[in-house]
Design a protein around this ligand. Structure first.
Ligand code: FAD
Ligand code: SF4
Length: 346
C-alpha cells in the first residue's frame, strides 16, 4: 500500500490567509482543495510538500452567484457534483455541467473542486507511476530526472493537459481571479495555461484561484465531447469543447478548444473561423472538423494509440458541431449524454 509522506496541514478560514501562508512557506508548500489528484500524486512521490494549505474551510470559495443574463461567478471550492447539478449551470451552461459531470467517479466529483480541476497536474504514462516504478526505468525531468522518456532528444516535458473543464471554460471565454500576497488579478482562462508539461500554469506558485467567471450566455451554445477508454472514470485522452453563437441558422462566432492533445488546452482558431458566416450544414461542419484535426498533435504518452486520438479529433469535433446544429449524430454518444438527450436534440 502506498502511504502519504508526512506533512503539516494548515486550515485557513479566509482566502487572503491562504495566500499569505503559501507565500510564507514558499516552495515547501502547496494548496490542496478536494485532494483527489494531489493526494494520490503525493503517495507516488510526484510531489513532496512539507506544508499543505487546505482550502476546504474557506466558505467564500463555495459560492455560486449571478445569472445567465449577467454572467455567473463560481467559487473555486465548488465541488464538481454541485457544479454539474446546479440549475443555472445545467440549464444555461450545459457544456460545463457535462464536463464536470464526466470527471472521474461520483466519489471523486463529490470531493473534487472546480479550482482543483483547472489546476490539475499534467499527465504522462512515464510519470503517473509509483516511485519504485519510476526509479526502475530511470526518472524523467518532470520529477527527479533530467531527460524525457517519451522524446529523449527533447529539452521540454510533453505531459498532457488532462482537465475536462479547462477546454470548456476556455471555449466559453471564461475568466478567473487569482489571489496572491500582493492582491488579486483577473485573467482569461486561456492565459492560465502554458504549453509545457512541467510549468503548465501561467501563475505564481503563491497565487490561488478564487473564482471562475462565466460570461453572459448572450446567444452562445456550447457542448463538450470526451474520449476515454472506460466511460466510468477515466481521464480524457481527447476532449472537444465547441461553442458557437448562432443568428437564426447562421454562425456568427465560434470557438473550438481541444483537451488532452498537448500540455495545454489547444484552441483551433482556423477551424472556428471557417464556420463564421456559414450555416451549420454537414459540409461546413466537416470542413471545420478537418481543420481542427491539423493542430491536434497527441503524443504516445497517455492511453489509446496516439494516431487514433488524432483521427478522433475530426470525428469528435464534427459530432459536437452536429449536436449544436441539431443534426443526427452517428456512432457513440458523448460521455454524460443519454440516447434520449440526443434524440430530443436531433
Ligand atoms: C482515478 C482518477 C480519475 C480521475 N479522472 C479525471 C477525469 O476524468 N478528468 C479530470 O479532469 N480529472 C480527473 N481526475 C483528477 C481530479 O480528480 C480532478 O481533476 C479534480 O477536479 C481535482 O480537484 P481537487 O479539488 O481534488 O484538486 P486537488 O487534488 O486538491 O488539487 C489538484 C491541483 O490543483 C491545485 N489547486 C487546487 N485548488 C486550487 C486553487 N483554488 N488554486 C490554485 N491551485 C489549486 C493543487 O495544488 C494541485 O496542484 C481523476 C483523478 C483520479 C484519482
Ligand atoms: S513527457 Fe517526458 S519529461 Fe514529461 S512526464 Fe513524460 S517522460 Fe517525463
Amino acid at each position: 500500500m502506498m502511504r502519504l509522506p508526512p506533512f503539516t496541514y494548515l486550515a485557513p478560514r479566509r482566502a487572503e490567509e491562504a495566500a499569505r501562508l503559501l507565500a510564507e512557506h514558499g516552495a515547501s508548500a502547496m494548496v490542496v482543495a478536494g485532494g483527489t489528484d494531489l493526494y494520490p500524486n503525493m503517495k507516488r512521490r510526484q510531489f513532496e510538500p512539507k506544508v499543505l494549505v487546505g482550502l476546504r474551510g474557506i466558505g467564500e470559495l463555495g459560492a455560486i452567484a449571478g445569472s445567465a443574463r449577467e454572467g455567473l461567478r463560481i467559487g473555486a471550492g465548488v465541488t464538481l457534483t454541485r457544479l454539474a447539478q446546479h440549475p443555472d449551470v445545467a440549464t444555461h451552461y450545459p457544456a460545463l455541467a457535462r464536463a464536470a459531470g464526466v470527471v472521474s467517479t461520483p466519489q471523486l466529483r463529490n470531493m473534487g473542486t472546480l479550482g482543483g480541476n483547472v489546476c490539475v497536474d499534467t499527465r504522462c504514462n512515464y510519470y503517473n507511476q509509483s516511485y519504485e516504478w519510476r526509479k526502475s526505468i530511470g526518472f524523467c525531468m518532470k520529477k527527479d530526472g533530467d531527460i524525457c522518456l517519451v522524446a529523449p532528444a527533447s529539452r521540454r516535458c510533453w505531459a498532457v493537459s488532462s482537465s475536462d473543464t479547462a477546454p470548456v471554460l476556455w471555449s466559453l471565454g471564461a475568466e478567473l481571479t487569482l489571489l496572491g500576497p500582493k492582491g488579486d488579478r483577473r485573467i482569461p482562462v486561456a492565459a492560465l495555461y502554458r504549453d509545457d508539461g512541467i510549468e503548465y500554469l501561467g501563475k505564481a506558485p503563491d497565487e490561488i484561484v478564487t473564482d471562475i467567471h462565466l460570461r453572459a450566455v448572450d446567444g452562445w451554445r456550447a457542448t463538450y465531447w470526451k474520449l476515454r477508454r472506460r466511460g466510468a472514470f477515466d481521464f480524457p485522452v481527447l476532449g472537444a469543447a465547441v461553442a458557437v453563437r448562432l443568428e437564426g441558422d447562421v454562425c456568427r462566432d465560434a470557438r473550438i478548444v481541444l483537451g488532452a492533445v498537448a500540455s495545454t488546452p489547444r484552441e483551433v482558431p482556423d477551424a472556428a473561423r471557417a464556420l463564421v458566416g456559414e450555416r451549420l450544414t454537414p459540409e461546413a461542419i466537416q470542413r471545420a472538423a478537418d481543420l481542427a484535426a491539423g493542430p491536434s498533435k497527441p503524443l504516445d504518452n497517455t492511453d489509446l494509440v496516439y494516431h487514433y486520438r488524432k483521427k478522433m479529433t475530426r470525428v469528435y469535433v464534427a459530432r459536437a458541431l452536429r449536436e449544436l446544429a441539431g443534426l443526427p449524430i452517428e456512432g457513440l454518444r458523448p460521455a454524460g449524454m443519454s440516447a434520449r438527450d440526443i434524440e430530443e436534440r436531433s
